[in-house]
Design a protein around this ligand. Structure first.
Ligand SMILES: Nc1ncnc2c1ncn2[C@@H]1O[C@H](COP(=O)(O)OP(=O)(O)OP(=O)(O)O)[C@@H](O)[C@H]1O
Length: 959
């Protein structure tokens, strides 16, 4: 009956879908992620999926994979994943044909992300075809042969059948030559014509048979040689910047650690060297190029085509509109070089790469635009070849592009495609906060120039903008995405090893940033990409692959060119390690789950699931945390905010402190940075609640604004308060929350020295593979090490040259990292730590120390702060203490170690506890992985894009 309670309130669930990208209730996970009362009580039936990783019963053997070369086989100590059971219970539930059919339809709807849900419109053609699918699924299931068909339908919008997924390895990059009829810089009209999908079709057609092309960088520009796939990337990028009709730039989506940074540096160098050469030859040409820098993509109309006449007095342009004769003034934006926008944690790494990988002779001038003392002068920014900054600063300084009116668009499209309003997003979006700012008023007169809120970054015209870890803008509604879109630039790049994490919709944000017409408009994106997938997933995904091919280059670590892997990295072994709870932990977990269950039932019965969204997330958070350590559930107060904050709290009026405390204790909201329930919650002076890590990570400069959409409050570290700091002001009590579970006999597991099963397992793994200072190179430790397959056969001399064996331990929660620290101290490990609450300098120091000090063998990292960009090849073991909602975040974390420069086999241990919410998270991850594979046309092993035939393309583009 429990499942009925949940599924019967469809409207609630669909509404919840709108909340957040990362949130567990967002998509197909809805029923699966919910605690097991929603699913586990019903009979299960085994099905097999050709696309799912194979689970080996009871085995402890590992799989070795370059993720793409060999299909990942996840070892699972406990036998078949319960995810299967979770998926299958859906078919077994209701009784009677109509009831079952209805239930099946509801289940199918929920099994797909909102963006891909099947259509359900009475009388529509689409509906009829879906009816037929359902009927055939149903007929098949009635014949007792339903597993395959129903499973296919269940996952139908996500997975291409094997015949379409596995084809020949790509023979390298396709490249449009200069003979390409589309290879021309393009006037505004011509660029506007790109809105016609036929051009995309032609480009895709060209791509079918073009040979791979490598670019050769002139000697003396880089201090290292480019690898072959990087030379191919360079050729491709040069062509995209200068010869693409769609947009000047694209998405470099190579796997993590394949050298996207160096490829971009090569591009900057190549273009600069070409410019230097042509400068010598033709100064006029350069002048024209420099002038064109101002003709950014705001409206795609070069200055030469505007009907204005410009004069210039002291850097201020005098503009006369020829049609109206109205005179105006426009401050000419200085033409600047390349802007790199990246997460704060990799800012210094970019600077290091630009310094180390470029020769002294070809030195690039680099400015790190960060911190409170950063320049306010646009002309200063324009002096540098490369300016490095963070997403937070772009968000602060650049007026946001208007929100897309997607509801209207969805609705219109819905009507056009015969889709019910249920399918369309029904949540009304907020009106744009700053939409007017970025807009031009009278033609040629730009309001931004005189806008006091418009920061220095927005006052220059960039030649090129590179968004590193571009998945940061995946949600196009966020301030960060809208600010990045507003940056003025001639050439635009997105770098990401994981461009799709949760839904196809994420691509829209990149297309918008890139000005990839016609898909940069939400309406076209829906009609040309989303809806075709919803209507016919196989063809829809194939079309998407063709669309992506025109602007995206993606190679994985297993991609093969001319029969050779693009890179020879040591293998990576991923082990799903099922940890068993102790009896006390199990009792604690079961009690917590029972409480959550009855609470959820109450919400469902009252029809208030939607209203209690944050509460439900909180229940899930507690269950997830209980898998790590019961103490986390107690919400121990870490008191981790700085002294400045505690001092400031003491100075605040008592009433204000009480209000802030009340806000912190009673407001059930998600952290607007990570979209999860706040961990180690803190409240800002403006009354907004965040995870301490998230807000600290965000406020890395000195004049930062609150990350809450619409709040412009300036915040510093002294304006962020923990509960402990506030409580101390009010009552003198510094203890954290009394647990709601206090009546439970939990004494033993709450004692300080109690080490949870997960922590014990992690320490065992570390002890078996890493050496401490004293035992390094001692033979008995070598024997121990050799127990681990990844380091088999490493001789003393190899060990000496490769350095000591090290490990990174990831958790989402700083509280868990605290607990692991205790255990590491007890076991005598030397470790470093990196989390979002640390300053950038402290993080940099920690990474350096871990990479270079042989005595430091363990790095404790927060998944939120440390999963992106960092090079940590000193580690050959990775332990993931808990699971994240989407698998790409974990992939990113793992690839800190598995990347160019790694000399050892890499072993990854993902720790999960059997028969808990973590089983359902694994199922959710699988679905997301399959969806991404379908979008990229990659097989399960991630390697190759299926080749589209001319006929395929014709069909896909309806020509
Ligand atoms: N051609 C090369 N020669 C020497 N070192 C290289 C080369 N290419 C890349 N590397 C090194 O490989 C490591 C990974 O490269 P990089 O950080 O650019 O990868 P990435 O694709 O940007 O990864 P991520 O997506 O994780 O940010 C870096 O230490 C880089 O210096």
């Amino acid at each position: 009956m429990d499942a009925i309670d949940i599924s019967s309130d469809d409207s609630d669930l669909r509404e919840i879908d709108n909340y957040t990208d990362e949130s567990p209730l967002r998509d197909s996970a809805t029923s699966r992620i919910l605690p097991s009362w929603a699913t586990d009580s019903r009979p299960t039936q085994k099905v097999s999926s050709p696309t799912r990783p194979t689970y080996l019963n009871g085995g402890s053997s590992n799989y070795h994979s370059n993720r793409s070369m060999n299909p990942p086989t996840i070892t699972d100590d406990s036998g078949p994943s319960s995810s299967r059971a979770i998926r299958d219970v859906n078919f077994e539930y209701s009784s009677g044909n109509d009831g079952r059919k209805h239930f099946l339809q509801q289940t199918l709807k929920r099994a797909l992300p909102t963006s891909l849900q099947p259509l359900d419109i009475p009388g529509s053609q689409n509906r009829q075809s879906h009816e037929r699918s359902y009927q055939s699924a149903w007929a098949s299931s009635s014949r007792g042969n339903h597993n395959e068909l129903v499973l296919y339908e269940n996952k139908g919008s996500r997975v291409l059948p094997p015949s379409l997924m596995h084809r020949k390895a790509t023979s390298g990059v396709q490249y449009t030559s200069v003979n390409d009829p589309l290879h021309y810089p393009g006037t505004a009209e011509e660029r506007a014509a790109a809105a016609d999908e036929r051009l995309i079709f032609q480009a895709a057609l060209q791509d079918l048979n073009q040979p791979k092309v490598e670019a050769r960088l002139p000697e003396g520009l880089l201090s290292v040689s480019l690898l072959r796939h990087q030379r191919i990337a360079l050729a491709w990028m040069l062509q995209k910047e200068t010869g693409s009709v769609h947009c000047s730039g694209g998405i470099l989506a190579d796997d993590q650690g394949l050298g996207k940074t160096i490829s971009m540096i090569a591009l900057v160098q190549m273009q600069r060297s070409a410019q230097d050469k042509s400068k010598a030859k033709d100064l006029d040409a350069i002048k024209a190029e420099a002038l064109n820098l101002d003709d950014d993509d705001e409206n795609g109309v070069p200055a030469s085509q505007e009907t204005n006449q410009c004069g210039e007095i002291d850097g201020v342009e005098v503009i006369t509109d020829a049609r109206t004769s109205i005179k105006g003034f426009r401050r000419r934006r200085p033409a600047a070089g390349t802007l790199v926008v990246c997460p704060a944690s990799v800012l210094r790494q970019w600077a290091r790469e630009l310094d180390e990988k470029v020769t002294d002779d070809a030195h690039l001038s680099v400015l790190i635009y960060h911190g409170g003392s950063r320049t306010k002068k646009p002309a200063e920014l324009a002096k540098y070849d490369v300016v490095l900054t963070t997403y937070a600063i772009v968000t602060n300084e650049v007026p946001k592009q208007a929100l897309v009116e997607e509801d209207d668009d969805d609705q219109k499209n819905g009507e056009r495609f015969g889709i019910s309003s249920d399918f369309s997003s029904s949540k009304k979006r907020k009106k744009p906060l700053l939409s007017k700012r970025g807009k031009k008023g009278r033609k040629g007169f730009d309001a931004d120039d005189f806008d006091p809120n418009c920061g220095t970054l927005a006052k220059v015209s960039w030649f090129r903008v590179i968004l590193d870890e571009a998945q940061t803008i995946k949600n196009h509604r966020t301030q960060v995405a809208r600010a990045c879109c507003s940056l003025r630039a001639k050439r635009r790049w997105c770098l990401s090893g994981t461009p799709i994490q949760n839904a196809i919709d994420e691509l829209f944000s990149y297309f918008r940033f890139l000005r990839y017409d016609p898909y940069a408009e939400y309406k076209s994106f829906c009609s040309q990409i989303k809806f075709p997938i919803a209507i016919n997933s196989i063809n829809g995904y194939k079309k998407l692959q063709a669309i992506l091919r025109a602007i995206m280059l993606r190679r994985t670590k297993g991609t093969v060119i001319d029969g050779e892997p693009i890179i020879n990295l040591p293998p990576k072994t991923i082990q799903l390690k099922k940890v068993a709870f102790s009896s006390e932990e199990r009792a604690f977990y079961n009690k917590l789950e029972a409480e959550s269950r009855s609470q959820f039932k109450a919400y469902a019965a009252a029809g208030t699931v939607k209203q209690n969204y944050a509460n439900i997330l909180l229940m899930l958070l507690r269950l997830r945390q209980a898998c790590d350590h019961p103490k986390l559930v107690k919400r121990e107060s870490y008191n981790s905010v700085g002294r400045a904050s505690s001092e400031m709290a003491k100075k605040l009026p008592k009433e204000m402190v009480e209000n802030l405390l009340k806000q912190l204790e009673t407001s059930l909201v998600t952290c607007s940075v990570c979209d999860d329930v706040p961990e180690d919650a803190v409240v800002t002076m403006c009354g907004h609640v965040f995870c301490n890590q998230c807000v600290s990570d965000y406020l890395t400069g000195e004049d930062n604004t609150c990350p809450t959409p619409g709040c412009r409050e300036q915040l510093g570290p002294e304006a962020v308060y923990s509960k402990a700091a506030l409580k101390k002001c009010v009552t003198g009590d510094v203890n954290g929350d009394p647990s709601s579970l206090s009546e439970f006999d939990e004494k033993s597991i709450m004692e300080n020295e109690y080490s949870s099963s997960k922590i014990r397992t992690a320490i065992e793994i570390l002890e078996s593979c890493c050496k401490s200072k004293d035992t390094y190179l001692e033979s008995d430790v070598l024997v121990q090490c050799n127990g681990d397959s990844s380091n088999l056969g490493e001789s003393d001399s190899e060990l000496q040259s490769n350095g000591p064996i090290k490990a990174i331990v990831f958790s989402q929660w700083t509280g868990m990292l605290n607990l692991v620290e205790r255990a590491l101290n007890q076991s005598g490990f030397r470790y470093e730590r990196l989390d979002g609450t640390m300053s950038l300098a402290a993080r940099d120091r920690a990474v350096k120390e871990f990479n270079t000090n042989p005595e430091v063998t363990v790095m404790l990292m927060s998944l939120k702060a440390g999963n992106l960009g960092l090079n940590m090849v000193a580690a050959s073991h990775v332990i993931l203490l808990d699971l994240w909602w989407n698998p790409t975040t974990e992939d990113q974390a793992i690839d800190r170690a598995h990347r160019i420069g790694q000399t050892r086999a890499v072993t990854v241990s993902r720790l999960t506890v059997k028969d808990t919410v973590e089983d359902r998270i694994i199922a959710l991850q699988e679905d997301k992985r399959n969806m991404v594979a379908s979008a990229f046309g990659e097989d399960q092993s991630g390697g190759t894009a299926s080749r589209l035939t001319v006929e395929d393309l014709r069909y896909l583009f309806n020509l």
